[in-house]
Design a protein. Sequence first.
Length: 197
Amino acid sequence: MPLFAARTVRRACLAVAFALSSAVVGYAADTVEYRVLATNKTSTMEKEMRDAGAAGFRFAGTMGGDTAFGGNEVVVVMTRTGAAGPRYVYRLLATTKTSTMQNELQAAGAEGFEYRGQSIFSSMFGGKEVVVILEQDRDATSKDRWEYRLLATSKTSTMQRELSDTGAQGFEFVGMTVASTAMGGNELVTITRRKVR
């Protein structure tokens, strides 16, 4: 092979190798780590979420239900990208009474906690509970304050009317669960919020 052709081939190989190594480095920087938390005690879940938040993980999703080995559990998935530091703090609210949940949401919203997810959970001690996960960004320069309104009814027509009323007052829908709760039987539980000005 002529010297010129050999140099051209070598340069082409080096260019491809550089491009591939850059792609690998770029891929590594975008790697996502996961942490799956599962427990049948809501108090334990809050502690585990706070520990994960201190390790740089952030809430991604939740579901309550029966798992193959754990029985009835709350399962939470948390994620971390890159070298994320401790930034998010979590609060988990769980109650069988929607009136209690309303009060607890209001108190957390006044502290700047923001709604992130909800589920229905059959706990060992509390029966059917509505579980709500709230998050606070402790690095935020200004913390938003939230006013929450919880709507609970067994009729979708009633929910339509209540949502329309709260929407007219500036509340936005953030989440909903449908399940049998201890106090209301089969209920549609909807959470709405508006920013406190």
